[in-house]
Design a protein around this ligand. Sequence first.
Ligand code: GN1
Ligand code: MG
Length: 377
Amino acid sequence: MQSVKNISEVISQFKCDAAIDSLRIYGSGHINDTYYIKNVRSTGCDYLLQRINHHIFKDVEQLTENMCTVIDHLKHKLMADGSGNPEREVMTLIPTKSGKYFYQDTNGDYWRLSFFLKDTKTYDLVETEKQAYEGGKAFGKFQSMLSDLPAGSMHEVIPDFHNIEKRLAQLHEAVNKNLAGKLDNVGAELETIRKYADSMLYFQQPEKHHLPKRIIHNDTKFNNVLLDVNDEAQCVIDLDTVMDGYVAFDFGDAIRTIINTSTEDERDLSEIGLNMPLFTAYTKGYLQEASQFITDEEISSLIKGVLLLPYMQAVRFLTDHLNGDTYFKIHFEAHNLQRTRAQLQLLKMLDANSTALQSIILQEMKNYKPGHYSTQG
Ligand code: GN1
Ligand code: MG
C-alpha cells in the first residue's frame, strides 16, 4: 500500500479540495489498485483514487479517451431526455490541474481520481432478487444509452479482449512454454477446456451470424454496479474496457457472477450452484432496458454468452497460472488454478441447465414482444 505522503502528493495534482482523513484499499479488482479517500472536511466529498496498471493498459491516454467519450455521451443523454441524474448515474472523473484526466508520477505510475458516490455500495455476491433486477436494469440501460455511439469509435485498449480463439492460442502457448513448471497438475482442466473449445467459437465465426458489434462495458461483474441504500441501481463503474463487442458478452459476464451461489474462486466445488431466481430477476431488469435496441438474433445469442464468459475466464486464469501469475493479482499460491476450477464447474452447471435458462430469457422477452417469442428452446 502507498504511504499517505505519496497519495497526498498525487492528489495535489488534481483539481480537488481533498484533505486526507483516512485512506484504505477499496474493492476486489484484480488489475488496478483502488484507494478510498475519506475527506477531512465532513461537508466535502470522498474520493476514489486508482493507480492504473499500465503493464496491462499500455496506452493510458487512449484508455482515458474511451472513458471520457462514454462518460460525456451518457451524461449528455441523461440531461437531454431528463430521465435521470447525470451526477449520480454516471461516474465523474476529476481533472488534473493541467486539464488531463490522469496524472503520471515521477515513478511512471498513472493515477486517476473520481468522486465516491455517497451512500452507495457494491456486492461481490448478490443477495436478493431486487439487487439482481436492479443490476440488470443498470447494465441494460448502459448498453441502451450507448447503442447510438458507432462501433469502431473506441480505441481497442486491450486487443482481442474477448476473442476466445486468441485466448485459446495464448493458453496453448503457455502450455508449450510451461514457464512456471506447473503443467503436470492441470491435465483435467486442459481436457475440459479442449472438450468445449469448438462449441465456444460461435462469436468468432461471422459466417454463422449477423450480430452487430456495439460498444459494450466488457467487465460486467456485479460489483461494477453501485446500488444505493435501498438497493436501487445508481451507476455503472469500472469503464476501463468500454470497447466494441457483442451484447451477449456483457450479459454472460454479469450472469457468471450473479447466478453462482458461491464466489469466483470457490475452493469447494460442491458449493457452486445456480440460483435461478437471481437469473430470472437479472434477465427481467436487463431486457426491460435492452428491449429498446436489441435484435432477435442478439436475444438468441445471450445464452451463448452465458456459457462463453465463464469458459473464457477459466482459459484466462489457467493461462496466467501457467505463465507464473503475471496478469491477475493472486492472494495465495495456485489461486489462479482454484479460480479456473471454479469457473469450469460453473460452466458445467450452466451447460447442463442451458435449455431452462434459454426458456427464461424467451419468457421474459415475451413481455416486450408478445406472441413473437416461443418458449420452446
Ligand atoms: C479483471 O480487475 P477487475 O476485477 O475489474 C479483468 C476482467 C475479468 C475479471 C475477473 C482488464 O477485472 O476481464 O473478467 O478480472 N480485467 C481485465 O474477475 O483483464
Ligand atoms: Mg475491471
